[in-house]
Design a protein around this ligand. Structure first.
Ligand SMILES: [Fe+2]
Length: 283
């Protein structure tokens, strides 16, 4: 099983740029072309939030047209730049949210989901907190996740959990101020299901970040269009940087029971072989 992940697309209506300078649509087109050119076709594309810049219907319509060439199953969770109703309407039929809206979800509104991909169970959490940059999960979402993890344990399914907001501090002040609120509740929940979640996947930071949190490996996905500057200074302001874009490829090795993540730079140079000459050192 091969899961491709991208995040934080920040799509605007056609012809409009983020901050007047970043062409997020062109960046997504390059990302889509990169996915189509991969030697191994992913089984699924996961997008961990901030699919659009302002959550407007015309932005989701634009996003849908940009993703159309892919023909891959799609899983998404909303980010703080998204709008639940517009997201659900804009990607209707593409992402397997429960029908009718809210079915099986205690809050009846959040876009949480479960999806089985071969032996893996993917669980998506909606951490959008309307009007806030930071995220949150309700008590009913946590209770739902608790039972979903118990069910996965009963079925002996490894779980990949995904949500937009990282639950841990990254050392970048403006991002840490807008991470998942009261994330320790989620951490304690993971503690109750040791070994069940093989990876926690996030977005929001526009950077590739990894850590281990409550015994679970956490991976934050870079964005195709722009990054937030890597600035560990106290109260450093948010600044956009144009760094080489990349996406992530998560490969499930069932025999080893391991999810292994590879960074795939977008627009990387052409593939070259060693030709007839073998290297004398290294690989
Ligand atoms: Fe974002």
């Amino acid at each position: 099983m091969l899961i491709a992940q991208t995040s934080d697309l920040h799509i605007r209506p056609p012809g409009m740029l983020v901050g007047g300078v970043v062409d997020t649509a062109a960046a997504l087109e390059a990302c889509v072309a990169h996915l189509q050119a991969l030697a191994h076709r992913p089984d699924l594309l996961l997008i961990t939030g901030d699919l659009t810049q302002q959550g407007r219907p015309e932005e989701y319509a634009h996003l849908r047209r940009l993703l159309a060439p892919l023909d891959l199953p799609l899983l998404v969770c909303p980010g703080n730049h998204d709008d639940r109703a517009a997201l659900r309407a804009g990607l209707d039929g593409l992402c397997p949210w429960p029908e009718p809206p809210g079915a099986g979800i205690p809050d009846g509104a959040t876009l949480d989901l479960t999806f089985d991909l071969g032996p893996l169970r993917l669980i998506g959490l909606d951490s959008l907190r309307s009007g806030h940059s930071g995220g949150a999960l309700s008590a009913s979402q946590e209770a739902w996740l608790d039972s979903a993890l118990s069910e996965a344990a009963f079925l002996d399914k490894p779980v990949v959990l995904f949500l937009h907001h990282p639950p841990f501090p990254m050392g970048i002040d403006h991002l840490d101020a807008a991470r998942l609120d009261q994330s320790e509740t989620l951490g304690l929940l993971l503690d109750r299901h040791p070994g069940r979640v093989v990876r926690l996947l996030c977005g929001h930071a526009h950077r590739h970040v990894t850590t281990v949190w409550h015994g679970v490996a956490v991976t934050v996905c870079p964005a195709p269009a722009f990054a937030f500057a890597l600035d560990f200074a106290h109260k450093a302001p948010a600044a956009i940087t144009l760094e080489p874009p990349a996406l992530l490829l998560h490969r499930w090795d069932g025999r080893a029971r391991l999810l292994v993540t590879h960074v795939s730079p977008i627009g990387a140079g052409e593939r070259r072989s060693y030709g007839g000459e073998r290297p004398t050192v290294g690989v």
